[in-house]
Design a protein. Structure first.
Length: 310
């Protein structure tokens, strides 16, 4: 009788230990930095030659390297492409497990529009410190510091734009919700950003692993709280956009199954300021630019034009 009791009593402990191990594995898979940029999906490989053309172009400009030391002792890095005789600048937020240079095509596009360009490596990416990825939450505060460095460099009469794709789109949207956002920020453009980290992880758990949200996502949230100081629920893009009064352009591919298309209209609906929504036919995740680069630039240029002096 005693032996049967011990076996029965051990089973819940084993299940709990197994669940905690699975949550730790999920957290490591999703949040821990990697020191390389993952290969593009097979569907995006067809743009590889064009992509590397833009990377070569950025490197040919010999961008300056800027550094930022944060209040929590993180040393961050960014590339700065100065556009002569311009008082306009854009911060470009990169995607999940990317780096600033992976946004070279957007840097080239905005440079041709007359912007100086800052390409940060977010925490947990590239040349910046960080063991774990914060999915925009801690990065939003870093971007506020980057904005101040740009203002110091260009002067208080400069005009600034926030732009990002995927995780970068969520990041600049989180920045837009901050009460200390400098007046020099005139508009925000977010491409295929998620509505919240909780929404995105719950969706991917079902999409990739055929698993429900509970118990792994709440447990991963607890792990993140212990390591980065905030629960996953804090990364709420829609809540930030409800506080945003700056002009916002939301772009999203109609065939996006990584950050599902419904998240674009949801973010658009949440924003409190002037806004526009462009759902790009046939575009998968982060493909909207590549489907038609000229149309992409035109949409952005037409949207932001009224908010910049020249």
């Amino acid at each position: 009788m005693k032996k049967r009791y011990l076996v029965a009593g051990t089973l819940p402990m084993l299940l709990t230990a197994g669940t905690l191990a699975a949550a730790e594995k999920l957290y490591t898979y999703a949040f821990k930095r990697i020191n390389y940029v993952p290969d593009a999906s097979d569907a995006m490989q067809k743009y590889a030659n064009d992509y590397y053309y833009h990377v070569d172009w950025v490197e040919h400009q010999q961008p300056a390297v800027w550094h930022l030391d944060t209040p929590d002792d993180q040393h961050l890095s960014a590339l700065w492409l100065a556009n002569p005789n311009s008082n306009k600048a854009v911060i470009i937020g990169h995607g999940y497990k990317g780096t600033g240079i992976t946004m070279a095509n957007y840097a080239h596009m905005f440079y041709d529009m007359g912007f100086s360009v800052l390409l940060p490596d977010d925490r947990g990416h590239g040349q910046s410190d960080g063991t774990y990825i914060s999915f925009g939450w801690l990065d939003r505060l870093d971007y506020l510091q980057w904005l101040q460095l740009i203002i110091k460099n260009l002067g208080t009469d400069c005009e600034l734009l926030l732009f990002g794709t995927s995780m970068g789109g969520a990041t600049v949207s989180l920045v837009a919700g901050e009460s200390t956002l400098p007046a020099q920020v005139k508009a925000i453009v977010e491409d295929c950003g998620y509505t919240s980290l909780d929404d995105e992880l719950t969706y991917l758990m079902k999409q990739l692993f055929h698993l429900p949200k509970k118990p792994l996502v709440p447990l991963a949230s607890f792990i993140n709280y212990r390591r980065l100081g905030f629960p996953i629920s804090r990364v709420d893009v829609r809540a930030a956009l409800r506080r945003n009064t700056r002009p916002l352009l939301v772009i999203h591919g109609q065939k996006d199954v990584y950050v599902p298309t419904w998240m674009g209209p949801a973010n658009y609906k949440a924003s409190a300021g002037p806004k526009a929504l462009w759902l790009v036919p046939d575009a998968i995740h982060a493909e909207s630019y590549w489907v038609d680069p000229v149309a992409y630039a035109t949409h952005i240029r037409d949207f932001i034009a009224p908010y910049f002096t020249k």
